[in-house]
Ligand binder design. Structure first.
Ligand code: ADP
Length: 821
């Protein structure tokens, strides 16, 4: 689909304005011209038709008048000659001089020649016998003269002219109708001519008034033919003989409607051999008559060919001039002008006419003038249209070009403006548009250029500001990330609260301390609900603005006592923006501190024990020797001996105690060797097998095979033995002792579980302290020595009560080589 660009929007209306009226004028001109042409053509045709018709009618009238005149001349001839009717020489001379030219084709050649006007001049006696007949320039021999009072002896067998003339008064003239033998078609085509006459006759009277015969001038029919034969109604004006194939010819008919002159002789009124009129061609004519051409033409009987024929005959009888359309025997259409031949002599008095002249013109030729007029008009109009079309096309092209240039002249700068505006909108710098002229468009362009420059400057400013902003943002982000990473990486929990006590920020350490992630906005009382004493302190700081600072916090947790360092600090002057709560886990440090104290205590205890042991051991050895000596004396009473024995046993006990003390105070250096712990443990278990059986204790050992790793087998044997002995002692009435060894996370894990009395809760923290014992005569050093051995191996030992009863000691020894070296 066409995109309705501004150019098109401007161009199309411009074209419409420019070309629309042009087109409308063209159409109006065209249709107007068509109408004018039709009108003109009709008018020209009508005029031409009328002219042609009138011309034809005029010619017919002229011909008719000529014939009337010609007939009158023949009457005059008759009257003139009647005065000299007895003068033989006069008749001969008159015959000789009465000539008239005829124009015909003879022997294939056209010729004009003078021929006698009359075929014969006859002087007839009162008895009806011919007295003198001049024919062909010669008097007819007396032997050939006839009695014309008898029609059968007349030339055409039935003529009654003598009888008719005889009835005339002096001065009256007889005129016969055209009389001649009928010529058929084949006869004419064979060259036979119609040889007819019109007899002009006058009665002759003697001086006494008696009838003295008659004078007859037989007008040669050919002279009558001359009047119609050469009329060419077409452009040729005249011809020697018309073609009877054509419809362009003239013919004469008499007052009875018979055709009397015609190119076709078989159409002429004619007599048969007996002198009877051949009947006219009619719808009832026999085929034979038609084929042999025995068809003279009578207009009154030719209605079957065209109804206008009888009408013409009738019109002529009424002395009317006119023209009609008709069709001739050859079926060609023609227009036929007619005029009456006014003549009233003799028998012609009845209608006052000799007959009529018709001039026929073939229809196409008849219309030739009008159509040539139309052609002329058409040609002129075509030329006019052709030129107009050229002018219109040229004008349209010029108008279109002007519209196009106008549209382009206006739209192009706008398009350029639009293009540059698009570039501006897309963020590109618009290139300045060349300004030409000083019209509104030029001003608009100038303004646009100015605006584009301004925009470009502002854009550059914006860009630099944006760059600065981005840099600042990056700096801020870096700083924030830096702080956040510090906050996140810090091992203390840091929480901030607004003045309303709502959580505003936390770090990840805080999440792990608090055991969950509190959403921002949570209240401090909720956040620290499990932190005994903290909410009260925060509340005090928030409400009173006091109590800021650090202080230790000791909390009991499932995993044991936990030590924290709690700090509360104001945000903003006097806590106007809330406060910060920091928590630092001090448990490990606290434990270390306790361990250091313990170790210090142990060290001093060891030194004390070593000193005491040393000091005690020497006198004790002396006492033992003395008592041995005393015991060996026989003089002693049995009771004394028993007392001595008990004393010696006590001293032995003290020696054992001292030995233990020494072993505790200055233990031998551990010697690590690669060995399999499971084997060492099995050995110890084997040692105690008998004791177990004796104490009715079920010993269950589950020692998995472990990979060898470095340990001191003697010391480990001592440690395990201590644990097993304690277990046996805890089950004086029997029970079950379970010993298990397995590897867990690269550690050898040894568990010694019994079903004894278990350990009092209060004793659990003290179990591994030296000299702690719940057994009266015991040293209380076993577990402390055991722990030291385990720690020498980098391991750990934990004591706990079993839920099913009894105690369980778990020893973990690292199996990683080199840890102890
Ligand atoms: P002694 O055995 O000499 O008392 P120890 O250090 O071996 O010294 O043990 C300390 C104390 O721990 C014992 O007196 C006993 O009360 C307690 N104890 C040790 N092992 C067990 C045990 N398996 N069941 C109950 N109490 C035990």
């Amino acid at each position: 689909m066409l995109k309705p660009t501004l150019f098109k929007k401007f161009l199309f209306p411009s074209l419409l304005i420019a070309l629309g009226p042009l087109l409308a004028v063209s159409v109006l001109l065209y249709t107007g011209l068509e109408q004018v042409r039709d009108h003109l053509a009709q008018e020209v045709a009508r005029t031409a038709d009328r002219q042609v018709s009138e011309t034809l009618q005029n010619r017919a009238r002229q011909v008719a008048e000529s014939i009337t005149h010609f007939l009158r001349e023949r009457e005059n001839d008759l009257r003139f000659l009647s005065r000299f009717s007895h003068d033989r020489q006069m008749l001969l001379g008159f015959y000789a001089v009465s000539r008239r030219e005829i124009w015909q084709i003879r022997n294939g050649r056209e010729e004009r020649r003078q021929i006698p006007l009359y075929r014969s001049i006859a002087l007839i006696g009162p008895d009806g016998r011919e007295r003198l007949v001049v024919r062909d320039g010669e008097p007819v021999p007396a032997t050939a003269l006839r009695d014309v009072s008898r029609p059968e002896q007349t030339e055409f067998k039935t003529e009654t002219y003598f009888r008719d003339i005889r009835r005339l008064k002096p001065g009256e003239i007889y005129v016969s109708r055209v009389t001649g033998f009928h010529v058929t078609t084949p006869e004419q085509q064979a060259g036979r001519q119609f040889e007819g006459v019109i007899r002009f006759g006058m009665p002759l009277f003697r001086a006494d008034g008696r009838f003295d015969g008659a004078l007859i001038l037989s007008l040669d029919h050919r002279h009558l033919m001359e009047f119609s034969q050469h009329i060419d109604p077409g452009p040729g004006y005249s011809f020697v003989e018309p073609s009877y194939e054509s419809a362009n010819y003239a013919f004469l008919f008499d007052d009875e409607g018979w055709i009397i002159t015609h190119p076709k002789y078989w159409d002429l009124r004619g007599l048969d051999a007996n002198g009877r009129l051949v009947p006219p061609y009619s719808a009832r004519s026999s085929r034979e008559d038609i084929e042999t051409g025995r068809i003279p033409f009578n207009l009154d009987h030719a209605g079957f060919i065209h109804p206008n024929y009888p009408r013409v005959a009738e019109a002529v009888r009424q002395h009317r001039v006119g023209s009609v359309e008709t069709t001739n025997v050859g079926r060609s259409r023609k227009i036929m002008a007619y005029a009456p031949i006014i003549y009233d002599t003799g028998t012609y008095r009845r209608h006052g006419i000799f007959g009529g002249v018709t001039i026929g013109l073939q229809m196409d030729q008849y219309y030739e003038q009008s159509s040539s007029g139309s052609r002329l008009i058409n040609r002129q109009l075509r030329q006019f249209r052709y030129r107009s079309a050229w002018i219109m096309t040229l004008t349209a092209l010029l108008a279109a070009l002007a519209a196009w240039r106008l549209a382009r002249g206006i739209i192009k700068p706008i398009q350029k403006l639009n293009q540059e505006a698009h570039r501006l909108a897309a963020g590109d710098a618009a290139s300045p548009i060349a300004v030409s002229g000083s019209d509104e468009l030029a001003q608009l362009t100038e303004t646009f250029n100015h605006m584009a420059r301004e925009l470009e400057e502002r854009r550059l400013n914006l860009l630099s500001t944006l760059e600065q902003l981005q840099q600042s943002r990056r700096d801020i982000l870096d700083e924030r990330n830096f702080k956040e990473s510090i906050l996140e990486s810090i091992s203390s929990a840091i929480l901030t609260f607004d003045t309303g006590g709502r959580l505003t920020s936390t770090n990840s350490t805080a999440h792990s301390f608090l055991g969950r992630t509190w959403p921002l906005g949570s209240h401090y009382a909720t956040v620290f609900s499990a932190w005994e004493g903290v909410p009260a302190r925060v509340a005090r700081a928030l409400s009173e603005g006091s109590g800021y600072g650090r202080e230790p916090l000791k909390l009991r947790r499932d995993s044991g006592i936990r030590h924290f360092d709690l700090g509360i600090f104001p945000i903003g002057p006097e806590g106007s923006q809330g406060l910060t709560v920091t928590l630092r886990d001090e448990t490990i440090r606290e434990k270390l501190r306790e361990e250091t104290i313990r170790l210090d205590r142990l060290a001093s205890l060891g030194r004390l024990a070593a000193g005491i042991s040393h000091e005690i051991r020497n006198p004790l050895t002396g006492v033992t020797l003395l008592l041995d000596d005393l015991h060996d004396r026989a003089a002693l009473a049995r009771e004394d001996r028993e007392m001595l024995g008990r004393a010696m046993a006590e001293i032995e006990r003290v020696e054992r105690l001292v030995a233990s003390l020494l072993s505790f105070a200055s233990p031998p250096q551990a010697e690590f060797r690669m060995g399999r712990l499971d084997e060492t443990v099995q050995e110890v278990a084997l040692l105690l097998k008998r004791s177990c059986r004796r104490q009715q204790i079920e010993l269950i050992t589950d020692c998995r095979r472990l990979e060898p790793f470095p340990f001191d087998p003697d010391k480990i044997r001592q440690a395990v033995l201590n644990l097993l002995k304690n277990a046996l002692e805890a089950m004086p009435d029997g029970g079950r002792l379970t010993l298990s060894l397995q590897e867990e996370e690269q550690q050898a894990v040894l568990r010694v579980a019994d079903t004894g009395s278990g350990i009092a809760e209060a004793d659990l923290p003290l179990l591994f302290e030296p000299f702690f014992t719940r057994k009266g005569a015991s040293t209380g050093l076993g577990l402390s020595i055991t722990r030291r051995i385990i720690e020498e191996h980098g391991g750990s030992i934990v004591a706990e009560n079993r839920s099913a009863g009894g105690a369980c000691f778990t020893v973990r020894l690292p199996m990683t080589p080199g840890r102890q070296q």
